[in-house]
Unconditional design. Structure first.
Length: 377
C-alpha cells in the first residue's frame, strides 16, 4: 500500500475538523498551530484560533504524546489524557520529586511536590487564572530553585515552580487558559480544568481509540511509526492494534498496518504544494521519513529530531522557507519540483508574506537549512 498525506485533501475544513483529523497540532512553538492552520484552512486568521482557544474554549493546549505540547480539541482532551498524558504526568512527578531532593529543596521530594500541587490548586480555585510568576509570588510552597544542567554553560539556578505546573497540567488538573502575549508568544494564565472546560472523565479504551483515529489519517504505518508518535512501547502498540482489528499490509516491501475498512488504493491527488511551519504535525507524523524526506533529513531536522520549516510539493519535502530582512518569505529549495511546482510554491510564499503582514516568525528549533541563511549573507 502507498502512504497518504492529510495535506493533499485538507480543503476548506473548519479548524476543529483539521485539528481532529491530525489528532492535534504541535504547539511547543507558539506560532506553529496558527501557521499549520493557515496552510490548511483558506481564509484563516489568527483571531479564528484565538476565538476557539479563549472564547469558545473548544480547543486547548495540553502536554501529551512524547511529552510534547499539543493543540487539541477540548472534546478529545479526556481521551488524550487517558491515552497519553497520564503517563507523562507520572514521569514528570517522579523526576520532579527526585530533583527537589537533589537540589536540597526538601528531603522528601514526593511530599514536597504534593504540597506544592495542592497549594497551586487551592490558589487557582480561590482566585481564578494566574500566571506562573503570580503563583510563585503568592505561594511559599512553590519556592526553590534547581539546576537543570549542572556544570553546563546553559545550566544555573532556575525556579522550580514551573515544573509543579507541568505536573498539574500533565495530570489534567489545570490547563492553559488566557494568553497574556501575542499569538507568537506563550504567556499562559493557568486555570482549573473543571472551571475552564469541565470535568474530565477517564476512558479505559483511550489508547486503542487514539490509535484508531491516528491510523485513519496517517496510515498505513509501521508499528515503529505508531510507537514513536505516541511515545509508548511496542507491547502497548501491538495490543492496541489487535484491539482495533488493524490489518497487516505490505508497505513498500515491509510490514505496515491499516484499518480493515481502509484498504482501497488511494486515488491520485491533483498537484499540490504547501509551506509548513517548524514542528508541523505532518512533517513530524512518522518515524520513518525517507519516503517524503528523501536525502534532506540532515538539513530539515536538527540533531534532536525537531523539524524546521518545510516546503512541500506533491507529497515530498523539497526544501524550506525563511523570512528575509524585509520579513518577506523566501524559499530554500533543496530539490527541483519543476516549473509549475516552483511557481506554485512562490505563490504560497507571497501569500504567506501578505498574511504575516510584517510579523516575524522565529522558530524555536531552527533547522540546519534555516541556519544556513545567516552563513550565506
Amino acid at each position: 500500500m502507498a502512504r497518504r498525506h492529510f495535506l493533499a485533501d485538507a480543503g476548506s475544513q473548519p479548524i476543529a475538523a483539521v485539528t481532529a483529523g491530525l489528532i492535534g497540532l504541535h504547539a511547543t512553538d507558539p506560532a506553529t498551530p496558527y501557521l499549520s492552520l493557515w496552510a490548511r484552512c483558506p481564509g484563516f486568521a489568527t483571531a479564528d484560533l484565538d476565538r476557539e482557544l479563549y472564547q469558545k474554549r473548544s480547543a486547548v493546549k495540553h502536554l501529551a504524546m512524547r511529552r510534547t505540547l499539543w493543540l487539541v480539541n477540548a472534546d478529545d482532551l479526556a481521551m488524550i489524557q487517558s491515552a497519553a498524558s497520564d503517563r507523562v504526568a507520572d514521569n514528570e512527578h517522579r523526576r520532579l520529586a527526585a530533583d527537589v531532593v537533589k537540589a536540597g529543596v526538601a528531603t522528601d521530594g514526593a511530599r514536597w511536590v504534593n504540597r506544592a500541587c495542592a497549594a497551586a490548586l487551592r490558589h487557582l480555585g480561590e482566585h481564578g487564572p494566574a500566571s506562573s510568576s503570580e503563583l510563585r509570588a503568592a505561594l511559599p510552597e512553590l519556592a526553590g530553585t534547581y539546576d537543570p544542567a549542572p556544570g553546563k554553560r546553559w545550566g544555573g539556578a532556575v525556579p522550580i515552580a514551573p515544573r509543579v505546573l507541568t505536573v498539574l497540567s500533565a495530570r489534567g488538573d489545570i490547563v492553559r487558559g488566557p494568553n497574556d502575549g501575542a499569538w507568537t508568544t506563550s504567556r499562559p494564565r493557568w486555570a482549573i480544568t473543571a472551571d475552564w472546560l469541565g470535568a474530565l472523565d477517564r476512558q479505559s479504551d483511550a489508547q486503542a481509540e487514539l490509535i484508531r483515529r491516528w491510523l485513519r489519517t496517517f496510515g498505513p504505518a509501521t508499528a515503529a511509526d505508531i510507537k514513536w508518535w505516541f511515545g509508548t512501547t511496542l507491547t502497548a502498540v501491538r495490543k492496541a492494534l489487535t484491539d482495533i482489528g488493524a490489518v497487516e499490509v505490505d508497505l513498500h516491501g515491509g510490514p505496515g498496518y491499516a484499518q480493515p475498512d481502509d484498504l482501497e488504493p488511494e486515488p491520485d491527488s491533483p498537484p499540490w504544494c504547501a509551506l509548513l511551519p517548524g514542528l508541523d504535525a505532518t512533517t513530524m507524523g512518522w518515524f520513518d521519513r525517507d519516503w517524503y524526506l528523501g536525502e534532506h533529513r540532515g538539513q530539515v531536522f536538527d540533531r534532536n529530531g525537531n523539524a524546521g520549516t518545510t516546503a512541500w510539493s506533491n507529497g515530498r519535502i523539497v526544501g524550506g522557507w525563511y523570512q528575509d530582512d524585509g520579513a518577506r518569505v523566501q524559499l530554500q529549495l533543496l530539490g527541483d519540483p519543476g516549473r509549475d511546482g516552483r511557481r506554485a510554491l512562490q505563490r504560497r510564499a507571497d501569500e504567506l508574506t501578505s498574511w504575516l503582514d510584517g510579523v516575524r516568525i522565529s522558530p524555536r528549533f531552527p533547522s540546519p537549512l534555516s541556519k544556513s541563511v545567516g552563513r550565506q549573507t
